[in-house]
Design a protein around this ligand. Structure first.
Ligand code: PEP
Ligand code: MN
Length: 519
């Protein structure tokens, strides 16, 4: 039942009506609008007649709510509900993009995926720790340890986390570790679990059971909300039909239907919805087009080796490829997806330009290009928003090629950053300084270390495209007579040992990098 109050009723009149209704054992949800105040009544109203309520001086009209779901009903709450999860607002303009593996498998796996999906624009990390598998012989999840690893990965990437609960006994654990608790399709009608989740305030991601109607989904939701937790996010994840080509039939009509009859945010899971990785992209686009408030996508670094749901998992690079396309679909619907800047830098991971990129744009995706001209090409062709290249070194002077490339009229320099350059002689572990016969590096790095190199007269100096590429080559050669002049970061990255630190001629060795974009 909904009671619409008269315009201009006093607080006293409202309170007296509320007291009377409470006395009848009813739960009252007031909604204060700009024009009108409405009282939603939850509970058994069969003993009350609309006429009886209408006699009260504060009441304008009484409406019966025929649907069995009350708190999730849009009639009770005409505005969209927005659920705050850390900095993310689920149900707001920005779409929630939840990505991650079906199951947390190891610390390395989950941290790697977390960092990669974050860079591609995900704003929440998923990962199952307690897996409700069809077969007891399948991987059951890392359980509590999985939650610990997921939390660690979420912190490393700066992403809130969501994981599935299967049993009310674990509520305390989940409340402590995760930001959103998922109730999976198999537990949608685990009413004891739902009631317990209603007694905490943590947001709940409630997935539709594969044989359940929308009304049953909303009634499951009612179990959580009626206990006092209003933070429920709904999720369409496919239902069982006679079709067998896909794992489930993704019922996209559920989205506009749920948005119409309920005020709660609605997400779509195209991974479980289809069971096929190549269908994730088209159905993600479709989900955005029908008004979903976000997506939950399974992403695995090695889908063919995944311990669960490999066939429906996409790789981080596929994820980063589809995200810019989804962003365009979101814009058509008046929604947004924010993808961090892509920064193109000179060299491979571990180059000084990579270090400059990490320092200046820590939250961006970074892509290395071996040749300076390719960095410019990437920016001019919109493959990256920003380019970072070395411009001038205190010991070795300007980089002539870069100076020339910067003459392009379509380029604008937006920043300059200086980095202290510490050159190291690096080689595979176990290599002796005396056995080195070949030293690989970029000509500018070789120039910066001329004094040290004069102490190595028996060595052949081999110019290379970048210091990081030189380090990578030396690691691959692993012949105990090759070394590279490169950064400490490159040494770490390619698992090389440092034979000699700070071999640059002068301690005060700085390189200025230019940061540019297309005009
Ligand atoms: C999952 O998210 O990994 C999962 C098991 O989902 P669902 O409950 O939708 O099958
Ligand atoms: Mn899964």
């Amino acid at each position: 039942m909904i009671i619409v109050l008269k315009h201009g009723v006093t607080e006293e009149q409202t309170n007296s009506l509320k007291e009377w209704l409470s006395g009848k054992g009813l739960d009252i949800c007031p909604i204060y609008g700009a024009e009108k105040t409405v009282l939603g009544l939850v509970g058994d109203t069969s003993h009350l007649s609309a006429d009886e309520i209408g006699m009260h001086e504060a009441v304008e009209k009484v409406l019966k709510v025929m649907e069995p779901y009350k708190k999730a009903n849009r009639k009770f709450h005409p505005e969209n509900t927005v659920i705050k999860v850390k900095n993310l607002e689920i149900g707001g303009k920005e779409l929630a993009i939840i990505a991650g593996p079906c199951s947390v498998e190891s610390e390395e796996q989950i941290i790697q995926i977390a960092l990669q999906v974050k860079k591609a624009g995900a704003n929440m990390l998923r990962g199952g720790a307690f897996k409700p598998r069809t077969s007891p012989y399948s991987f059951q999840g890392l359980r509590a340890e999985g939650l610990i690893l997921l939390k660690r990965a979420g912190e490393a990437a700066g992403l809130p986390i969501v994981s599935e609960i299967t049993n009310p006994n674990y509520i305390e654990l989940f409340d402590q570790y995760v930001d959103v608790i998922q109730v999976g399709a198999r537990n949608m009608q685990n009413f004891e679990l739902l009631k317990e989740l209603g007694r905490i305030k943590k947001p709940v991601l409630l997935k539709r059971g594969f044989a359940n109607t929308l009304e049953e989904l909303l009634m499951a939701c009612e179990y959580i909300m009626s206990e006092g937790n209003p933070n429920v996010i709904l999720c369409e994840r496919g239902i069982r039909t006679h079709e067998t080509y896909t794992r489930n039939t993704l019922d996209l009509s559920a989205v506009p239907a749920l948005k119409r009859i309920s005020h709660l945010p609605v997400l779509v899971d195209p991974s479980h919805g289809t069971g096929i990785s190549w269908m994730v992209e088209p159905l993600s686009k479709a989900a955005i087009a029908v008004g979903a408030d976000g997506l939950i996508i399974e992403v695995h670094n090695n889908p063919s080796k995944a311990l669960s749901d490999g066939p429906q998992s996409i790789t981080p690079s596929q994820f980063s490829y589809i995200m810019p396309k989804l962003k365009e679909y979101a814009a058509l619907e008046g929604r947004s997806i924010s993808i961090p800047h892509t920064v193109a830098y000179a060299g491979t991971p571990g180059s000084f330009a990579n270090e400059a990129a990490e320092k200046t744009y820590p939250d961006s995706a970074h892509t290395g290009f071996e040749r300076f001209e390719d960095v410019f090409w990437a920016v001019l062709n919109k493959k990256a928003e920003i380019g970072i290249v070395p411009y001038e070194n205190t010991l070795a002077g300007k980089v002539a090629e870069v100076e020339e490339l910067l003459n392009n009229k379509n380029i604008e320099i937006i920043d300059r950053i200086k980095i202290k350059i510490r050159q190291m002689l690096v080689a595979p572990s176990g290599t002796e300084l005396s056995s080195i016969r070949k030293i690989y590096s970029h000509p500018k790095a070789i120039e910066q270390c001329s004094k040290f190199l004069s102490t190595m007269p028996d060595c052949r100096i081999i110019p290379y495209s970048t210091t990081s590429a030189a380090a990578m080559t030396v690691a691959a050669l692993n012949d105990k007579c090759s070394a590279a002049i490169a950064s400490e970061t490159a040494a770490r990255l390619y698992k090389l040992s440092t034979l000699k630190e700070d071999i640059q001629d002068d301690e005060n060795n700085y390189t200025e990098f230019v940061v540019f974009r297309a005009k």
